[in-house]
Ligand binder design. Structure first.
Ligand code: BEZ
Length: 221
């Protein structure tokens, strides 16, 4: 389980990476950030994931989100593997557009609860799971998702949740199932109808439900 909870200030760790030693909060500056771990360099699913992440790096940048990956491999391995990732990636060229943290002592992985006891290396030591942490400009954790090594992630979905996080950081709304930018959003349950009328002058529509309760309130931003 992740060792950091939603709303916590994300640890300002120092780490060796493919762009040198970083201090996490300085790396983020005033940006949003996404930190995603993978089990091992030079493995197939991880290669497909990081190639996809690289091809979407402009989309993350457009949203003001700095990307950084992590595994328990060395900086040297990360550099070697990055060439494979970019070669696999038919939609991008040049160097990997984000750094990878080398957590070979597993200090960060242990601190952040990223190790998967079911996934071990040749020495019987746990590898990192596929964790995702989205950190806001206030350096607080906004979202975490934890996948096992055997399930690759969907980076389009990560962009979608970032769109939701960035919208709901600004407006008193929540985004329903499968929401995407431009779709209707839902008025937060703790907002009274009177306040909703002021907050959303464009109008609020309420879907009737068998209970008769008026909680399915939509608005178009
Ligand atoms: C992979 O990236 O293919 C992988 C890595 C560790 C365990 C299982 C799959």
């Amino acid at each position: 389980m992740p060792g950091i909870l939603l709303g916590d200030v994300f640890p300002d760790f120092e780490a060796d990476t493919t762009i040198g030693r970083i201090k996490f909060h300085d790396f983020l500056g005033n940006s949003w950030g996404i930190l995603f771990s993978h089990p091992k360099d030079f493995t197939p699913v991880c290669t497909t994931e990081l190639a996809c992440a690289a091809s979407l790096s402009d989309s993350f940048a457009k949203r003001g989100v700095k990307m950084i990956a992590l595994s328990v491999d060395s900086v040297e391995d990360h550099h070697g593997w990055s060439k494979d990732i970019m070669d696999f990636n038919s939609q991008a060229s040049g160097p990997l557009p984000f750094p990878i943290i080398a957590d070979h002592k597993r200090e960060l992985a242990t601190k952040l609860g990223m190790l998967d006891p079911d996934e071990i290396d040749g020495d019987g030591i746990p590898l990192t799971a596929r964790c995702v942490f989205v950190v806001g400009p206030d350096k607080r954790l906004k979202l975490s998702i934890l996948y096992p090594a055997t399930t690759g992630r969907n980076f389009d979905e990560l962009l979608r949740v970032i769109d939701s996080l960035q919208l709901t950081a600004q407006k008193k709304v929540a985004t329903p199932v499968d929401w995407k930018p431009g779709d209707k959003v839902m008025v937060l349950p703790n907002i009274s109808d009177a306040d909703a009328a002021v907050l959303f002058p464009q109008g609020v529509t309420t879907k009737e439900v068998p209970s008769g309760k008026k909680y399915m309130r939509y608005t178009q931003l």
